[in-house]
Ligand binder design. Structure first.
Ligand code: HEC
Length: 149
């Protein structure tokens, strides 16, 4: 009996190693569309932040910064090896050739949004702060890792 349980357990382990993503698996389509949606949401929120800060609505802008920061962290899991192509992805192969660098840029972009939320409390030039801690990260990443268009 114990022997049988052992064999069954071993089989389960082997099976789960062969198919690591069977539970809650997201399809390639869901992953690519999911990351596009998160980048678009970040863009919308970045534009809202600009508008809010133009009228010095600092407290209203802060939750949007946190939201963008959180999305960047989620995005780290949205570039598995099997999502290099298809569904109109603009992701370049350089992402998977330089995964550490890509992830580091994503983390920096996330950290910078938290820094921005702090910086705007005292910054004299709100536009310069946004440029340094928000917009520059978009360009830094897109110029290397997103197809030009
Ligand atoms: C660390 C890398 C990185 C950072 C930082 C980054 N992006 Fe992107 N972005 C990408 C990649 C890669 C894609 C392509 C995703 C795809 O098509 O699969 C993309 C796609 C997009 C898209 C297109 C989404 C769609 O619907 O196809 C928009 C809009 C966008 N980014 C805006 C921004 C803005 C605005 C910022 C800064 C506030 C930013 N991104 C920061 C890497 C980044």
């Amino acid at each position: 009996m114990i022997q049988k349980i052992k064999i069954i357990k071993t089989l389960i382990i082997i099976f789960s190693l062969c198919f690591p993503f069977t539970a809650n698996a997201q399809t390639v389509e869901e992953i690519i569309k999911g990351r596009k949606a998160m980048f678009s949401e970040n863009y919308q929120n970045a534009k809202k932040i600009s508008i809010l800060l133009k009228s010095k609505k600092i407290e209203e802008a802060k939750p949007l910064m946190k939201k963008i920061s959180d999305n960047y962290i989620k995005l780290l899991d949205y570039f598995p090896e099997n999502t290099k192509e298809g569904f109109k992805t603009e992701a370049l192969p350089t992402i998977w050739e330089n995964k550490d660098e890509f992830n580091a840029l994503m983390k920096k972009a996330s950290d910078d949004m938290i820094k921005l939320a702090k910086a705007i409390e005292t910054a004299e030039d709100l536009r310069a702060a946004q440029k340094e801690l928000m917009w520059s990260n978009c360009t830094a990443c897109h110029s290397r890792f997103r197809a030009p268009h």
